[in-house]
Design a protein around this ligand. Structure first.
Ligand code: ZN
Length: 295
């Protein structure tokens, strides 16, 4: 039988257990699995092989690619998925899925720490995310796969900010129809996420209507150039009459407002910071995942 199976690259001749994952077979070592996984350690009902010199086969209903990634991490000591220089979502996802299912606690814990660390959980960390934007953080097509993974694993606490990052990085067309990955496949959002994103965008826009009126605070009481500052705001209101959902949470003001006097800039920056914090605190509410926050 061993000659007719679809052998994976992970096939050790001295292995003593065969994992049959939806048709792909991995011949590995029971002791290695047991060392990582409580489930395999406690496994007592492994079917006996027909012949004394062959391995028992354990059928598993998982993604074979996930198992291949996990076994390479176990056997090759390849911990590149934990690097902060890159964001290797497929490997992290494999460890999180199988780690949770088979109680592979240590690897699961480190993968969870890495993936949650990539998602800002405060306004300060969101500013840092944009400052250090590189390969080590999720954006573009990664965001859709990340969101689907958070949904699959019930990791709800970081979903609101990932939804907002989707509004920042992904167009409405891509929200509805998906984003092409580097390998040509399409990353698609779930119907639930599409609905939350569209409703969230509408909720944030309604909240931002108030922000458009903050410009009435210019000229500020301490203004040193009331006529100039007044005209800067008047022109800005004509050219950019609407607030923007995608940039509302980003630090800093529109470049056009750099022409205001320092007093007006400071005054407006203070108001904007307060509003930005209010928006951040209400992200769960906007995306239907929490109550409205009091400001
Ligand atoms: Zn001024």
């Amino acid at each position: 039988m061993a000659d007719s199976v679809d052998r994976s690259n992970l096939w050790f001749d001295d292995g003593n257990i065969i994992l049959s994952v939806r048709g792909t077979h991995f011949r590995v070592h029971r002791g290695v699995l047991a060392r990582h996984s409580k489930v395999f350690k406690d496994m007592t009902s492994i079917p006996q092989p027909p012949a004394a010199d062959s391995c028992p086969t354990v059928p598993l209903d998982d993604n074979p690619e996930d198992w291949e990634k996990l076994l390479k991490i176990m056997y090759d000591c390849d911990l590149s998925h934990l690097s902060w220089e890159t964001f290797e979502l497929p490997a992290l996802a494999a460890v999180l899925r199988l780690g949770r299912k088979y109680a592979i606690d240590k690897l699961h814990e480190s993968a969870l720490e890495r993936i949650l660390g990539a998602i800002p959980d405060s306004l300060v960390k969101l500013d840092k995310y944009f400052l250090e934007l590189g390969q080590g953080v999720p954006f573009g097509d990664d965001l859709i796969d990340l969101l689907n993974l958070l949904l699959e694993l019930d990791l709800d606490s970081r979903r609101p900010v990932v939804y907002w990052l989707c509004l920042y990085w992904i167009s409405l067309n891509e929200i509805l129809h998906g984003v092409e990955r580097l390998d040509g496949t399409i990353a698609r959002l779930s119907p639930e996420s599409i609905e939350r994103l569209i409703q969230g965008q509408d909720n944030i826009l309604r909240s931002l209507e108030f922000m458009a009126f903050q410009d009435v605070c210019v000229p500020s009481p301490m203004c040193t150039r009331k006529v100039t500052c007044g005209s800067v705001v008047a022109i800005r209101s004509l050219v950019w009459p609407f607030p923007f959902v995608d940039t509302a949470l980003k630090k800093g003001m529109h470049p056009a407002l750099n022409n205001l006097c320092q007093q007006c800039q400071d005054n407006l920056a203070g108001i904007r910071e307060t509003r930005r914090l209010g928006l951040w605190n209400n992200l769960p509410y906007y995306f239907g995942l929490g109550p409205q926050a009091t400001e």
